[in-house]
Ligand binder design. Structure first.
Ligand SMILES: Nc1nc2c(ncn2[C@@H]2O[C@H](COP(=O)(O)OP(=O)(O)OP(=O)(O)O)[C@@H](O)[C@H]2O)c(=O)[nH]1
Ligand SMILES: [Mg+2]
Length: 208
């Protein structure tokens, strides 16, 4: 199977959902708490450290950053949720835009939910997972920054979170990942490819 992620290119940054590319084709969004490593994970997946902006300061991604994979497939790097220090007005704006995006975007087929393996499954992550399941979207959890743990601890947390997650969503999948050490790329890319090539989502597009 060809690696569609290697050809990923920056498409556009949108302040509002209305500024995004036309709502056709198939889109996968990358969501998660601020600073969990969403932008880093995207860069690692596509093999380009400079594509999405990464920062030590939480709240770095303040736009809906859209990336093109060709053949009308896209990835969208979302601003992080739950960062308290972002000014209230900006936070409200983002909550509004993210909600609109998630609820109205027809091309959205799935979400990658990035969590810091040291702080997994916070309240908002749970809500997000539940919502994705109820909305019929695919979801896949990355327990990122797994380089922070030894192998035994990594496996234990993976099992623990997997079990807790199944109470919330029966359809979601999970893996450990390290954007920094580039671990977990084949599993992530196979999961996303399976979503993009699912005929039941591909023909959604044709119905329009
Ligand atoms: N140790 C370690 N650090 C990581 C990893 N992934 C990301 N980081 C670090 O975590 C910080 C945040 O990374 P970002 O990719 O900007 O996180 P984000 O989720 O996009 O953050 P916002 O856009 O602010 O919501 C940076 O300092 C990264 O270098 C990882 O796998 N391991
Ligand atoms: Mg980011």
């Amino acid at each position: 199977m060809k690696n569609i992620f290697a050809r990923c290119q920056f498409l556009t940054s949108a302040h509002k959902v209305s500024q995004l590319p036309e709502d056709t084709g198939l889109e996968i969004a990358i969501a998660g708490r601020s600073n969990a490593g969403k932008s880093t994970s995207l860069n690692t997946l596509v093999g380009n450290k400079k594509l999405a902006k990464v920062s030590k300061t939480p709240g770095r991604t303040q736009l809906l950053n859209c990336f093109d994979l060709g053949d009308n497939m896209r990835l969208v790097d979302l601003p992080g949720y739950g960062y308290a220090k972002v000014p209230k007005k900006i936070k409200q704006h983002w909550q509004q835009e993210i909600n609109t995006y998630l609820q109205e975007r027809k091309s959205l087929i799935g979400v990658v939910i990035v969590m810091d393996i040291r702080h997994p499954l916070k309240e908002f992550d749970k809500q997000f997972l539940y919502w994705a399941d109820q909305s019929g979207l695919y979801s896949h959890v990355l327990l990122n920054k797994s380089d922070k743990f030894r192998s035994g601890k990594k496996k234990a947390v993976l099992l623990e979170v997997k079990k807790a997650m199944q109470e919330i969503s029966r359809t979601t999948t999970i893996q450990t990942f390290s954007g920094l050490k580039k671990e977990g790329i084949p599993e992530l890319s196979a999961t996303l490819m399976s979503w993009f090539s699912d005929p039941s989502v591909s023909h959604l597009e044709e119905q329009e």
